[in-house]
Design a protein around this ligand. Structure first.
Ligand code: EPZ
Length: 427
């Protein structure tokens, strides 16, 4: 397990390119199963979660290859319909193979994905929806840990999602692309990553309309064709690094940003006191570290403020001049950093019943040894370390590598003093 050392107190400046989107890459990689041919996926981030999904592709019979950030997938021989249990329990995004294997083979056996540190993360919305498409579901294996879904013919139908779940929306789309008839999803997720997987599928010959809205219609087709597709850059990675500038101060230009997908994050950073100029694919952010509090910030489904930016903004608000409240509306335990930030001198109280954090800004944070509990929480501790006085060691940094290609490389490129170090560096 690696750690990351952060030497705080330096302003950030320079230019940085933003990597490809993790949460667009994962559903698109699952979707490559639907095309019995080849996919060329450009701007694909080289991160642990992507490597994990590529390994599952290989276990299913695909051949894959990399050339820089271009991933080649040939799924002509992807004849397996079962995803190995430890592959799914290790990373919940593997559940997206439920829809694509079902769509291709009308049959899939997949493990029930575990929860993670931010919440139980059930898949009832996925299963309830797919069961309406003429699909039989059986729980099999020890402790019913596996799900066997099968159908003699998947039929399109009307699906009403209880919540605009990103994964459930994506799985219904993947199941409906090659189905007989039309599938209409009501209360669909509007996230950019749903749009991305729709764009990939449409480029491969699928018939989908309404992407990015709460009503998506998929007209089943008989097959898809080979496709070359370029992923958008990662809106959460861009938001993370902009929050780092807000906290540490400085002036940074971010290139190839998905600016249009960052509206709500940019609005929050401006409310906190950053000056921001934008074009379609470039964002310039300037922070004088005179940070303003936010009386109430709620995480919401897109286009609201993203839950995946919550931990990062919480770190910034630890230094704001006044009291802020963050209400986490999406996941049940996404305030994992509170004790670690308190070790750095932050003043945060949790209202567990309301799932709210009340942050009283302090003048200065102190470096400390802290622990990353999840992907975005780990990145948020690095942000706190950049603004702190002295050295911060973020342990369990492997969780950060799940979503950031090389956070030390990126932050060092804009003047931060960050480096990977061994786990026992803190002892
Ligand atoms: C996606 O997860 C993202 N992951 C998450 O990003 C992101 O936080 C989340 O969407 C919300 O935007 C990927 O895209 C790989 P949901 P997903 O289904 O699809 C509950 C990151 O850091 N729920 O929209 O799993 C669920 O427990 C990750 O990159 C059910 O109750 O999110 C949660 O409380 C973290 N039953 C809420 O809905 C279900 O069947 C939203 O979940 C499904 C979800």
């Amino acid at each position: 397990m690696s750690s990351i050392e952060v030497i705080g107190g330096k302003q950030l400046k320079g230019e940085l390119n933003i990597q490809g989107s993790k949460n667009a890459a994962l559903p698109v990689i699952a979707a490559t199963i639907l095309n019995k041919g080849t996919t060329v996926l450009k701007n694909c981030p080289k991160i642990l979660d992507v490597y994990h999904m590529v390994k599952i592709l290989q276990e299913l019979g695909c051949t894959t290859a990399w050339d820089g950030n271009t991933l080649y997938v040939d799924s002509r021989n992807a004849n397996s319909t079962s995803v190995p249990e430890e592959s799914v329990t290790k990373m919940r995004s593997s559940i997206l193979f439920l829809g694509s294997l079902l769509g291709r083979h009308n049959d899939v056996i997949i493990a029930y994905p575990g929860g993670c540190s931010i919440g139980k993360r059930p898949i009832d919305y996925h299963l309830n929806a797919i069961s309406k498409m003429n699909v039989t579901q059986e729980f099999i294996g020890e402790n019913d840990a596996m799900i066997h879904c099968y159908s003699d013919q998947i039929l399109g139908t009307d699906i009403f999602l209880e919540f605009p779940s990103v994964g459930a929306t994506q799985n219904v789309i993947l199941t409906g692309v090659l189905a007989k008839g039309t599938t209409r999803i009501f209360n669909a997720a509007r996230e950019p990553e749903v749009v991305e997987v729709c764009n990939y599928l449409i480029a491969a010959g699928a018939r989908i309309c309404g992407k990015g809205t709460a009503f998506i219609e998929i007209e089943g087709v008989s097959q898809l064709h080979d496709v070359e597709f370029r992923l958008s850059s990662d809106r959460i990675v861009a938001g993370t690094y902009m929050a780092a500038v807000a906290a540490a101060g400085g002036n940074v230009i971010f290139n190839n940003t998905p600016t249009g997908y960052l509206e709500s994050t940019l609005r929050v950073l401006k409310r906190i006191g950053c000056n921001i100029d934008t074009t379609e694919d470039r964002i310039t952010i300037h922070s004088r570290q005179k940070l303003l509090p936010i009386d109430l910030l709620k995480t919401q489904p897109y286009p609201g403020f993203p839950t995946d930016m919550q931990s990062q903004i919480l770190s910034v608000l630890c230094l704001a001049d006044g009291e802020s409240i963050i209400s986490e509306e999406i996941f049940e335990s996404r305030f994992q950093n509170v004790n670690d930030l308190a070790k750095m001198g932050a003043k945060i109280t949790l209202d567990a019943k309301e799932n709210k954090a009340i942050i009283t800004g302090v003048k200065q944070l102190q470096g400390a040894v802290v622990e990353a509990h999840d992907l975005r929480g780990g990145a948020a501790l690095i942000i706190a370390g950049l603004a702190a006085k002295g050295t911060t060691i973020v342990r369990n940094a492997t969780s950060i590598e799940r979503g950031y290609e090389d956070i030390c490389r990126d932050l060092a490129a804009i003047g931060a003093q960050t480096r990977y170090c061994s786990e026992n560096a803190a002892e």
